[in-house]
Structures are given as structure tokens and as C-alpha cells.
Design a protein around this ligand. Sequence first.
Ligand code: ADP
Ligand code: ZN
Length: 724
Amino acid sequence: MPVTVPVLLPLGLPGAYDYLVPEGESVEPGQFVVVPLGTSEYIGVVWRREEGAEPPKIARKKLRAIIEILHDVPKLPPVSLDFADWVAHYTLALPGMVLRMMMSAKGAFQPPAPRYGVRLVGDPPERMTPARTRVMETAANGLTWVKSSLAETAGVSPGVIDGLVDAGTLEAEPLPDWHALTLDLSRERAKLSDAQAEAASELVAHSKNGFAVSLLDGVTGSGKTEVYFEAIAQALERGQQALVLLPEIALTSQFIARCEERFGAKPAEWHSGVTASVRGRVWRAVAENKAELVVGARSALFLPFPDLGLIVVDEEHDQAYKQVDRVAYQARDMAVVRGHLGNCPVILSSATPSIESLVNAEQGRYRHIRLATRYKAASLPAIQAIDMRKAPPERGAWLSPALVEAVTETLERGEQALLFLNRRGYAPVTLCRKCGYRFECPNCSAWLVEHRFRRRLECHHCGKFLALPDECPNCGAEESLVACGPGVERIAEEVAERFPDARRVVLSSDMTPSIADLRETLREIEDREVDIIIGTQLVAKGHHFPGLALVGVIDGDLGLAQGDPRAGERTFQLMSQVTGRAGRDAIKGRGLIQTYLPEYPVIAALVAGDCDSFYDREIEARREAGMPPFGRLAAILVTAGSREAAERYARDVARAAPQAEKIQVLGPAEAPLSVIRGRYRFRLLVKATRESDLQAYLRLWTPQIPKARGDIRLTVDIDPYSFL
Ligand code: ADP
Ligand code: ZN
């Protein structure tokens, strides 16, 4: 009898295919293999057969054999296989697409390229140059240097290093694949305050015996990081691996510095800014259990940890944990699943927890650990609303007199101010004063946003842009175009006029496109080399700026009008986070929120500093409406190149819906963003009670839907966060 095994490929196929195991060989689940498919070869993973399942009957001559078993590549641990199956089942994604996320490190599947370091061994070369002198001085410590870092530290080009190797001054020697952390757990650690110590011991106790979830709910600046470091230390001391997820890669450098201080070595980094070759090495080091501490973006959850002993999800409320394209998953939720499958504790940390996590804590599923005060002398910023109806800004300006005054005072004291507006560019709409023409994206139902710095109009949905014209394309009038509404660039312009002597910086993803630039700007702010920061949500998250005293929110109402069930929660979180940047050290912080709706519950709760009443109301409203976490949602999106085709198909989808008592299908309705990239969009929303098996329902439904023809596409998003 020939032996066959299922092999899952990282492709959009319905499942694993069976392949013949070469004679005399044996394979195990998790092993990487090369197999033929059609006329190509792919790397895939030997999967498991479902318990009790017979191998499918495939005619002998149709059966193809495994081409190569990749013995050099570390196997996917069993828990990764479980996790992939679980995620695919829950999100209704194809299992191969989940595997693809687990394999997103091409370099890991080739034999690692040997790396060479250099060391100072010989005499100076005959011909010395200033650059060569610098290299020799830098390398004088006798250590083996990675070539690129020696060049960088000495401030020379890599060619200079090569020249010194040729001259025999430096000697090349192979570097190990991975520098293990050699953690130094005996380091002197931060002395925890009483409240912190109490939280830490509770956290450590709750994270001691396998799977358990803790919600670390502490105000901004309370020292949550110091507290969960204790739990990380515990996992590492046990000899297990630990993973910290962060929502924003801009946060990683500050975080890594703190880890280094605490544990005596740098953790491995995993995010989109990590180069392909480093990704390959990190992937292998994780799989081989050599990387003990990993810090990364949501995708790090899919790394092949064989012995994970702790997962921390920092800023767990952050929307960045939700991935929407390809496999639509919520990394916070999947972290809990991964913890459960691997019997590993999970810590969710936030100053403004998600409603979901808070309800879980209140219902006793998660341990709720609170830190109510800031560390040491720091007190929470006092928050006030500026009623824009009573004291509006001057015409054409966006800063109210009260905010201008507060900034002036702050600067006089030599402290920093942050002005927050969650809108990139100069102005959200540009129109012609003569004919009323507005610039709209030709591919999307959206206005083009003026980016004055780059001198163009841009679509924030598809990336389309055009040069800012001199005349109206509709009526030909000259100098008739006006910018309506503010973006951060426009606020920066107003700041420059009002505070010409202040050092300013704009922090927005399009103004600081590279991670290196962003890190540099953040460092400048930290070191108080700027006075006024004007920023989008990029500045709202997690940063610690010791000199920041004032946070002014330009438009506190911006997030509220979205017709989105999470709009209130999101606004509350964003405002608390951004104002929470102020007064984190010795100086007193304050937050000012410009609003036309000061009575609105979200704003009122922020001003009153009354988190609890906000959360209570919001939880009650969700419960009444049967919204998550008291009910389940799935969004179905139908798109097509023609409006008619999209609408017709969306109706077909709705018609095919099976009857179910506790499940409602709403729609189809034209999506609020009705066109993106030239594709028309219709939405359906599936709303179910908490007890219903939404996935089973969808699995029953989808085969009933007529086949999508032409360019029609259907996507399913379980637990949607966007309703646009
Ligand atoms: P959070 O994540 O809760 O906003 P952090 O952990 O970032 O707070 O701590 C805020 C600041 O206070 C950081 O600069 C941190 O180093 C400092 N800090 C917190 N706790 C301690 C402590 N026990 N000893 C020394 N510094 C601390
Ligand atoms: Zn567009």
C-alpha cells in the first residue's frame, strides 16, 4: 500500500491535498515539503488527517509524490497546526491562506546564508584614511562585529570595511545564526510602587498555571509595562518563550529599549519594517526555540512558537489588531485562542479596555487587575471641553481663543503642547467658489484630500492623486479653489502663524513615511527638541513624552458621526489615549477638547474623568441592542465593477439565506463608501445571538448562493470593525 499524507499549501485552495510519501521515507505532521501542483512546485506543510478519516481514494496514476522533504527547516509545532485550523474555521478563511500567514518569511525555507562578522586582528594598513581610522577605533574593543553595523557605527561605507579585510587588518569570521538572549534576570529592576507590586503579584499568580486571561486595566502612565514585565520574567525563567504584541510599530523602539534595560538583551522584532533576511532568521529562531522574547505586530501571533509561555497584547483595545484584508481576523481575540490551544497565559493590557474585554472581565472569564493611579508624582491630566458654540475660533482659523491661550502659557513655561487632529493632509474637501465644483475621486465615492506639502490632491481610499490645478476644471475660473475644513497640515500652518518662534513638527503617516524618520521624530519629541507637535492618531498611542504638558484636541466630534456601533467606544478610547500623553512625569498635564457637543455622553465622561459611567452606559446600550459582545456579527460585502451587478448579486445572496430563529440578515444596502477603486459595494449584516453558531449558519448559507460570475466578489468578515 502506498502511503499518502495530506499536504496543505499556502494558497487559496479548499483544503489539503494528498501526496505520496517517497519510498523509504517517512514524514510527520508539521514538516515542510516540496510538492508538485499543476506545472509548478510549492513548499507546503504535511498536515494531519482528521481523526478517524480515511485517506481519500485517488487513482494510483493520479497520485503525485512529494518531491523533497525539507529536513533543514524546523517543523511547525502541533499547536501551530491546531491554531491554523481553528482560525480558518472561525474566520471562514481558506486554511491555506492562514498557513500563508504562518509562512510569511521566505528566507526561513532556504538554508540560512552564512553571515560573516569582522574582527580587528592585524596591523593598520599602509595607506590610512580618516575613514579607516574610524573603523579601527570602533573595532578596537576586539569584538566580532556584524559588517553593516560596524560600517554604520563608524560612519563609513561598507566598502571601507572590505578594504580593511583585504589588507588583513580585519578578519572575517562566521557569525552564529542567532544570538540567544542570554537574559540577565538578576538585573536590578524598577522598584514597584505598592499598587504596582500588588497588581504584579496578582498577575504573576494568575499567569502561573497555563491558560488564563488577565485584563490589566490601568490608567495611562500607571506603569502597566513594568507590571507585565514581571509576568514576562516569570515565563522566561521557566525557560519558555514570550510574545508581546504592539499595535503600532512606531512604538517598538521605545519598547525594545525598555526590554533591553530590564532583561539585558534585545528581543526579536517582527513587523513590516523588518527586512526579509532578518524575518527568515527570526522565524527559524522562534521555531527552534532560540528566540525567547519576541515583540511584534499582530502577524507575530502566527509565528511557530513551540513553547510559548505568555502572550501580552498591549493596548488591547486598538483597532490595529483587526486585520481586514485576506484573512479577516482580530489578533486580540486570536491571541486568547492561541493561548488556550497552547495552554499559555494571556495578558490584555490597556488604559481604555475594549467593551468586549471588560465584559469578559465583569463576567469572570478574565481576571480584572486594575491600576487606578499614575506612577509616582504624576497625576492624570485635567480635561476640559471648549464649547465651540460659545467661543469659536476666528474666521478661517481652527484654534479657539481658549486653546491658543493654553498653548501660549505652556510655551512660556518651557513645556510642550500637542495638537491632535485625526485627519491627514491640508483640507478634506476642495471646492470652486465660482461654480461649486468639488474634487471627487474618479474611482471612489470620496472627496480628494488636499496635501499642500506634496502639492496635490489625494484619495485616501485608493491612493489616486493629481497635481493641484490653478483653475477650476469645471468652469475654468482662476484662483477660485478653496480648501474646506482642516487637516493636520492646515493646523501646522496656523500654528506657524501664531507661534512663529516655536519649534514645530507634524507627525502623520504621510509626512514621516519611513520608520527610521518616525523614530527620529519621536526621539526629538522625547528629548524636548520641539515645542509643538501637530499629529494624527500616530501620536495618540502609548508614547511617553516627559515634557508634554498640554494636549489640545482640535475636533472632538470627528469620530462620532459615523453610524458605527463602535463609534462612541472608539472616540472615548482615542481621546483618553491622546490626552493621556500629557503630564506623564513631574509636570502637570491638561487636556482641552474642542467640541460642538459638550453634553454628548462621550465628551461629558471624558471631562468628568468618569470612565466607569461611560463604560456602564455603553455596555448597557450594547446589551439592549444585542450588539457584540452580547451578540455576534458578520459582515458580507459584495463588490463588482458595475453597480447593477453588485446590487443584483447582493440580493441573490440575501435570498439564499437560510431561515434561522436567532439569526437576522440585514440588507443588502449600498455601503456608506459606495465605490472604492471603481468597484461598487453592497453590504449585508448578519446579526446573531451570542449562543448561535454563526459560522455553522454561514457554512450552510454560502453553498446556496449562486456562483459569482464575472468580476463579482464576495467577502465575509466575522466580528467586523468597519461598516463603511
Ligand atoms: P503605562 O503603560 O501604564 O502608560 P508605563 O509602563 O509606560 O505606563 O510607565 C510610565 C512611565 O513611568 C515610564 O516612563 C516608566 O518607566 C515609569 N515607571 C512606571 N513604573 C515605574 C517604577 N516602578 N519605577 C520607575 N519608573 C516607573
Ligand atoms: Zn479613490
